[in-house]
Design a protein around this ligand. Structure first.
Ligand SMILES: [Ca+2]
Length: 284
């Protein structure tokens, strides 16, 4: 009888140890599923500290286009990257709150926050040459791959919008694992991914626009902390991503930030994959 008990015990231990190792392997798989990136600052440039940045686009020749928000203060502007000088500024009517901005060909498309009205400008003069109606709930972020416009409206939706008639052609729900990611804000299309600032967080979500899956996170909290510790205590949230495709440069800034940063990102090497990204991204 004792022998039987011993055999049963051995079998049980064998089964349990296999079960534990299967669970561990499973969580190990999950660990490498999501990637996290830190960054280094390659260059920093002056940025108008009164610009409540809502949209940032790189054009070429060190030229940026920027959309700024707040009622009675909204604008679209052409900015020299290296000096921070605002070369052309078009003020919006005070009842409009400027939001996302994107450039297709010679035309800039700017969202406004709650009106569902957007404006079209000539990129050279910033003269307003048209208006469009936006079907999203609100206007938050805009970006393009040159064919479609990607849009965000502060929810967990990422939209594909026709640049011809501004109809929504596709909508995906953005999720990290099974959790919806809300407050998608300023956007940029980079190497097939849509990068999105997440409002009131210090992170950029790198999103697959095919299915809305968050592929990885870039943690920018140190940038904001760096500005705070340099005495810039009036700054608002991280917002603004621009991409120089020719020279592979990423630029980021924030609302009322006195600087625009060119960053290079680095994948985390340590075992951080099981950490909740919301702890890492929280606006401290
Ligand atoms: Ca952008």
């Amino acid at each position: 009888m004792e022998e039987l008990v011993a055999v049963v015990l051995v079998v049980c231990m064998f089964v349990i140890s296999h079960y534990i190792s299967a669970v561990l392997n499973h969580s190990l798989d999950k660990k490498i599923e999501v990637e996290f990136y830190s960054f280094e600052v390659v260059n920093e440039y002056d940025h108008d500290p009164n610009a409540f940045t809502q949209g940032l686009v790189y054009f070429g020749n060190n030229t940026l286009y920027e959309s700024t928000g707040l009622y009675n203060q909204s604008s679209v502007r052409k900015v020299d990257l290296e000096t921070g000088k605002v070369e052309i500024l078009h003020k919006l009517n005070g009842s409009f709150f400027g939001e996302g901005l994107t450039l297709i060909g010679d035309r800039l498309f700017q969202l406004t926050w709650k009106t569902k009205i957007g404006f079209i400008y000539d990129k050279n003069s910033l003269d307003q040459i048209g208006v469009f109606e936006n079907e999203m709930k609100e206007g938050w972020g805009f970006a393009t791959d040159g064919k479609v416009i990607f849009g965000s409206d502060g929810t967990s939706s990422l939209y594909e919008i026709s640049p011809q008639n501004f109809k929504v052609m596709k909508r995906v729900t953005v999720k990290y694992r099974e959790q919806e990611i809300f407050s998608l804000n300023e956007l940029e299309y980079i190497n097939g991914e849509v990068w999105s600032n997440v409002f009131k967080s210090d992170c950029i979500a790198r999103i697959s626009h095919e299915d809305g899956k968050v592929l990885s996170w870039i943690l920018l909290g140190e940038l904001r902390k760096r500005l705070y510790s340099s005495g810039f205590t009036n700054i608002n949230v991280v917002n603004g991503i621009a991409w120089d495709a020719d020279n592979k440069r990423v630029f980021v800034t924030g609302k009322w930030w006195p600087k625009i940063y060119e960053i290079k990102i680095h994948q985390f090497k340590d075992e951080i994959g099981t950490t909740n990204p919301f702890d890492l991204c929280r606006h401290h």
